[in-house]
Design a protein around this ligand. Structure first.
Ligand SMILES: [Zn+2]
Length: 794
C-alpha cells in the first residue's frame, strides 16, 4: 500500500488500524449503556504488544481470546462467547457485534431469520408475503465473517481483531449504520488448534534460513487444508460447531470467508466465481454473490487497490466449501496474496503467474488494475482484508431490505409444492450407514420423515425406511448429496480439460453405499418423527499395543490425517489401534517385530521417497523415507507383514519393489484420460477375504489414481515376481461405463482393468488400492475394504 496515491474517504477510514495507537484508541471512546463515564475500548496492540499485521509478529490463540474478552468487557457492542472445543481441546469462539439495542434483542432477530428461511412457518401461502414484508422491515442483515480455517493464511485471524476493534470503537456515521442495520457474527478462526501450530513453528524458525516455511505437520490434527472440504459430511468438530451453533441458529444472508492464496498471482480474488455453478445453488445466490463481489471490487479499485481479480480460479461447484449456498446465504470468499507466513516477500512483475481466468500481467475484464510488483508485507494483507470486509458490511447495511427479501425469496422457492412430473422426494431404505447419512442431512437442517410402511414408485417400503422431500428449506442441499453429478466437459482452447478447482462429485449416498431412490409422484406422509442424530463414535481405550502403523512423512499429507481420523472414528467397526511411523523409525527397520500392517496413505511416490530436499527445511525434516526405508519395508513384507498402499502410494510400491503390475494411465495425457475426483463403479471378487461381505458391485473414489494391469512373466519387464503372485480384488466393469458421479474422460482405457490388487512377496503381502477407500471420512461404502486390508490376518 505504499505506492497508492488515490486515497479516498473509505481508504482513510479503512486503513485506520495502521494509525491506531493507544492514543487514537482513547479518542474512540464511547459512552456505555448505563450512561456512565465512557469506557476505554482497548486496541489490539494494548493486549498483544504489536499491531496485527506488523512484520514477523503472530498472536497466540490465548492472546486472541484475551483481546476479545477485554473488548467484550469494555464495549456494549460486543458479545463474546465460547461455542465449544476444538479437536485438540482449545476454545472455539465467536463475537457477536451490533448496536447495543440490537444485542439486547438477539432472540427476536433469530426468530425473524427462522421465519423468513422457512415461509411455511408464516402460515397459509396467501398470507406469507404480507407477513414476510413486515419481518423484512424489522430484520437485520446477518453477516457471518469466518477467518483462519487455513492456519498458514495468518492475515485473517489477525484482521479479525482489527475489524472487531473498529466496530467496537468507531463513531463514524458509516460504522453506526453498519451497527444499526447488521448483526455481525465474527469467528476469529475456524481452526483454533492451527493458530498455535503455525505460530510455534514460525517462532521456532524465526531468524533461521527456514523462517517463513510451512510447519512440517498438518495444521489441523486430522484434515489439514481439507478442513475446508467438510461442509457436507461434517466429520470434524469444528465443522459441527459452526453448522450447529452458528449457521443453523442464525441462517446468515452473507458469509464472508477470508482466505489467502499464493503470493505470485492476483493480490485479491473476489466473487463472482468461475463456472460451473452446482445446479442446486439457487439463482438468487448467484445473483447475490455476483452483485456483492463486483461491488467490493469496484469500490476497492476506486480506493486505489490494485491487482484485483473476479470471475477466476475458484468455482461454485460444491457444497464441500459452501454450506451457505444451500442454506440461503451467499459465500463471499476472498483470497488475498500471501507473504511467507508473517515474513515479507519481494515479487518482481516478471515473476507473476497466470491462473485460471486471468493473467496478472495484463489488464482484462477479470483482472486489474495492474499490480507492478514490489515488497509484499503482512500489513498489505491485513489492509486488503479489512478494507474488503468493511465494504462488504457497508453493502450489507445499505441494502439491508434487499438482502432480507432475497433471503425470503430463496426460502419461498425452496418450500414451493412440487408439481406433477417434478422430482418430489428421495426414499432412503433402511440399510447399513443409512442412519449416518440421514443424521448428516439432519445436521444440515434437512427434515427426514419416517412415515411407517408406505408405497412409492409402485413399491412397498417398510417401517424404518425414510423419505426426504424436496419441498423444504434445505431440500436442495439434500438433493445435491443424493443425486449424481454430471460435471461439464470443460476444455481450454487447445482442447485440454480444464482442471476443476477441487473435485467433481459429492454424492454422499454413493460414497456411503446407501441407496437413494428418486420419487416423482406425490404421496401422503404423516407428520415427521424425530430421528436420532449421528451416532457416537467409540474411542480407543488404553493398554493395547498397536499392531498397525501409519506412515507419516514430514511433507504433510492430508490423506495421512484422514487415515488417522478414520481409524480413530471407525463407523461400525471396533476401534483400531495404530501408531505413527516417521522416517527415522522406518529407516531403522525391524518393523515386523512391532507391526502386522503398515499403511502408506495417499502421497506422491517422489514425496514419500525423497521428502523435503536438503536446505529446504531444517535437517531433521529432510530426506524422505530413502533407500533405507524401502529396504526396511521390503524386509517387513518378506517376514510376513502386510503393506497397504493407498492411491498414489501404490505407484511408490510398484516402482520400489518392481511389482508385476503396471499403471496403464501413468503416461496418458489429460486430453485422453482425466478423472479429477469422481465416483466410479467397481466390481469385487467377494471370495477374497478383503472383499468378504461386500456387494458384488461397489464404488471407488478416484482422484490422481493409478489403474492396474497385471504383467505376466512372458509379457512384462523383468520382475522378481510373476502373475501368480497377484490377485485382483476389484476391477472396473468391462461392459458398463465406470462413471457414477462426476467427470471421467477416456473410460475405455480403464474398462476391465484392476482397481485393487494383492501381491504376495516372501511371507507377506502388499495391497495396492488404486483409489482412496477412506476418502475424506465419507466413503463408508469402501471402509470395509480398507479395514479388512489392515486387519492383522485373514
Ligand atoms: Zn484458504
Amino acid at each position: 500500500m505504499r505506492t497508492r496515491l488515490n486515497i479516498g474517504f473509505i481508504l482513510i477510514a479503512l486503513t485506520l488500524p495502521l494509525f491506531s495507537s493507544s492514543t487514537s484508541a482513547r479518542l474512540n471512546c464511547q459512552t456505555n449503556a448505563q450512561g456512565l463515564a465512557p469506557a476505554h475500548i482497548p486496541a489490539p496492540q494494548e493486549i498483544l504488544g504489536f499491531v496485527p499485521g506488523d512484520d514477523r509478529k503472530l498472536a497466540s490463540w490465548s492472546q486472541v481470546i484475551h483481546y476479545f474478552e477485554e473488548l467484550d468487557k469494555a464495549s456494549d457492542r460486543v458479545k463474546f462467547e465460547t461455542l465449544g472445543n476444538s479437536t485438540m481441546g482449545q476454545p472455539f469462539v465467536m463475537a457477536t457485534i451490533s448496536a447495543p439495542e440490537n444485542l439486547a434483542r438477539l432472540d427476536e432477530y433469530k426468530k425473524i431469520q427462522e421465519l423468513l428461511a422457512d415461509p411455511r412457518k408464516l402460515g397459509l401461502p396467501g398470507v406469507r408475503d404480507r407477513k414476510a414484508a413486515e419481518l423484512i422491515k424489522q430484520g437485520k442483515t446477518i453477516v457471518l465473517i469466518t477467518c483462519g480455517i487455513h492456519s498458514t493464511e495468518v492475515g485473517s485471524y489477525l484482521s479479525s481483531m482489527l475489524i472487531a476493534h473498529r466496530l467496537a470503537s468507531s463513531n463514524e456515521p458509516e460504522i453506526q449504520n453498519i451497527l444499526r442495520n447488521t448483526i455481525v457474527l465474527l469467528v476469529p478462526t475456524l481452526n483454533p488448534d492451527g493458530v498455535d501450530i503455525v505460530k510455534n513453528w514460525y517462532d521456532k524458525t524465526l531468524g533461521t534460513p527456514y523462517e517463513g516455511t510451512d510447519p512440517p505437520e498438518l495444521y489441523h490434527k486430522y484434515t489439514g487444508h481439507d478442513n475446508n472440504r467438510d461442509w457436507y459430511a461434517f466429520t470434524q468438530v469444528e465443522t459441527q460447531i459452526t453448522v450447529d451453533k452458528i449457521h443453523n441458529v442464525w441462517h446468515p444472508q452473507i458469509v464472508h470467508d477470508i482466505h489467502q492464496q499464493g503470493g505470485y498471482g492476483a493480490r485479491l480474488f473476489l466473487p463472482p466465481y468461475l463456472p460451473p455453478v452446482e445446479p442446486n445453488v439457487p439463482k438468487q445466490i448467484v445473483a447475490g454473490y455476483t452483485e456483492l463481489g463486483n461491488y467490493m471490487a469496484r469500490e476497492m479499485r476506486a480506493a486505489g487497490f490494485t491487482g484485483l481479480t473476479t470471475n477466476s480460479t475458484y468455482d461454485a461447484w460444491t457444497p464441500a466449501r459452501a454450506y451457505s449456498h444451500y442454506h440461503g446465504g451467499v459465500r463471499i470468499l476472498s483470497e488475498t496474496a500471501s507473504c511467507k507466513i508473517a515474513t515479507p516477500i519481494a515479487v518482481k512483475f516478471a515473476e507473476l503467474k497466470k491462473d485460471e481466468g486471468y493473467d496478472p500481467k495484463k489488464e482484462s475484464a477479470t483482472y486489474g488494475p495492474l499490480w507492478h510488483g514490489g515488497e509484499w508485507h503482512l500489513r498489505d494483507i491485513t489492509n486488503y482484508m479489512t478494507s474488503a470486509a468493511f465494504l462488504l458490511l457497508r453493502h450489507a447495511s445499505d441494502n439491508r431490505s434487499d438482502w432480507l427479501s432475497r433471503f425470503y425469496d430463496i426460502g419461498k422457492e425452496a418450500v414451493r409444492p412440487r408439481t406433477k412430473g417434478e422430482l418430489y422426494a428421495f426414499v432412503i431404505p433402511e440399510a447399513p450407514h443409512s442412519g449416518t447419512l440421514l443424521g448428516i442431512l439432519e445436521l444440515g437442517g434437512v427434515e427426514v420423515d419416517r412415515p411407517g410402511p408406505f408405497i412409492a414408485n409402485k413399491h412397498r417400503y417398510a417401517q424404518g425406511d425414510a423419505v426426504v422431500r424436496l419441498a423444504q428449506p434445505y431440500g436442495g442441499f439434500a438433493k445435491s448429496l443424493l443425486e449424481t453429478q454430471t460435471y461439464p466437459n470443460l476444455r481450454d482452447s487447445s482442447g485440454h480439460p480444464i482442471q476443476p478447482y477441487d473435485v467433481t462429485a459429492h454424492t454422499l449416498s454413493l460414497l456411503m453405499g446407501v441407496p437413494a431412490e428418486p420419487v416423482y409422484a406425490r404421496f401422503g406422509l404423516p407428520r415427521q418423527t424425530p430421528m436420532p442424530g449421528v451416532g457416537e463414535n467409540g474411542g480407543c481405550g488404553d493398554g493395547v499395543p498397536p499392531v498397525r502403523a501409519i506412515y507419516r512423512s514430514h511433507v504433510p499429507a492430508i490423506d495421512e490425517g484422514w487415515t488417522r481420523w478414520v481409524l480413530a472414528h471407525p463407523s461400525s467397526f471396533k476401534c483400531l489401534y495404530y501408531s505413527t511411523l516417521d522416517d527415522t523409525t522406518l529407516r531403522a527397520g525391524n518393523l515386523r517385530a512391532r507391526f502386522d500392517a503398515v499403511i502408506i496413505p495417499d502421497q506422491s511416490a517422489d514425496s514419500i521417497l525423497k521428502g523435503y530436499a536438503a536446505g529446504e527445511m531444517p535437517p531433521d525434516y529432510t530426506g524422505g523415507m530413502g533407500a533405507a526405508g524401502v529396504k526396511a519395508l521390503r524386509e517387513f513384507v518378506e517376514q510376513g507383514g502386510t503393506l497397504v498402499c493407498l492411491n498414489r502410494a501404490s505407484s511408490f510400491a510398484i516402482e520400489q519393489f518392481k511389482l508385476p503390475v503396471r499403471d496403464v494411465v501413468a503416461k496418458v495425457s489429460e486430453k485422453e484420460f482425466f478423472v479429477p475426483g469422481s465416483i466410479l463403479r467397481i466390481e469385487l471378487d467377494t471370495s477374497h477375504p478383503i472383499a468378504r461381505g461386500m456387494p458384488k458391485e461397489s464404488i471407488a473414489w478416484v482422484e490422481d489414481s493409478p489403474v492396474f494391469e497385471v504383467i505376466g512373466d512372458n509379457r512384462g519387464p523383468a520382475s522378481e515376481m510373476s502373475e501368480a503372485n497377484v490377485r485382483v480384488i476389484a476391477r472396473y466393469p468391462t461392459e458398463k461405463n465406470p462413471l457414477l458421479s462426476g467427470w471421467l474422460l477416456g473410460e475405455n482405457r480403464i474398462k476391465g482393468k484392476a482397481a485393487l490388487v494383492e501381491i504376495t512377496m516372501g511371507k507377506g503381502r502388499i495391497i495396492l488400492f488404486g483409489f482412496r477407500p477412506q476418502y475424506r471420512g465419507q466413503s463408508l461404502a469402501t471402509y470395509p475394504l480398507f479395514f479388512n486390508a489392515v486387519l492383522p490376518s485373514h
